[in-house]
Design a protein. Sequence first.
Length: 189
Amino acid sequence: MTADQVLEVFRRCGALLHGHFILRSGLHSRTFFQCALVLQDPVATSELCGALVEKVKVDKWVFHSVISPAMGGILVGHEVARHLGRRHIFAEKVEGQLRIRRFDVKPGERFLVVEDVITTGSAVREVIQRVKEAGGEVAGVACLVNRSETKPELGVPMCSLLSLPVETFSASSIPEDLQKIPAVKPGSR
């Protein structure tokens, strides 16, 4: 899929939003990818995740299983694992931190970390750390959308179906035009 085709799926699903948003990272933005609106459509989800799998196959990473952070990454991770015929597990919030609590990780088990949207990469880094603590390894990271202005340093290779740098602002440097628009926080944290 081309970047334009990916954007068209987001637009068709009403998932490419414009306004004043507070991202999960606490940064502010004019643009928000509301992946939940795409993921409610099984056909669109399969189409995007199938295209993401093709990119992962090109990179030829060796892994046994797929893991994703809750909440947004669960459906994407599951669909990617389905396309690959692999097991999928997830890390979930427990007392404010991501934990692998429902699943076992085998020593040396290699994972592909899958996320819906990455801005700073904080949730992905947390999942990578939990996999390592459980005795596993991470082969790479795949996401539907990389909206970071610079590619986040994750310590492993990363691929995205769409890389679209979205301008972000700290709470202390919000532009005047955004200050006039009420901020909304549509994300998962």
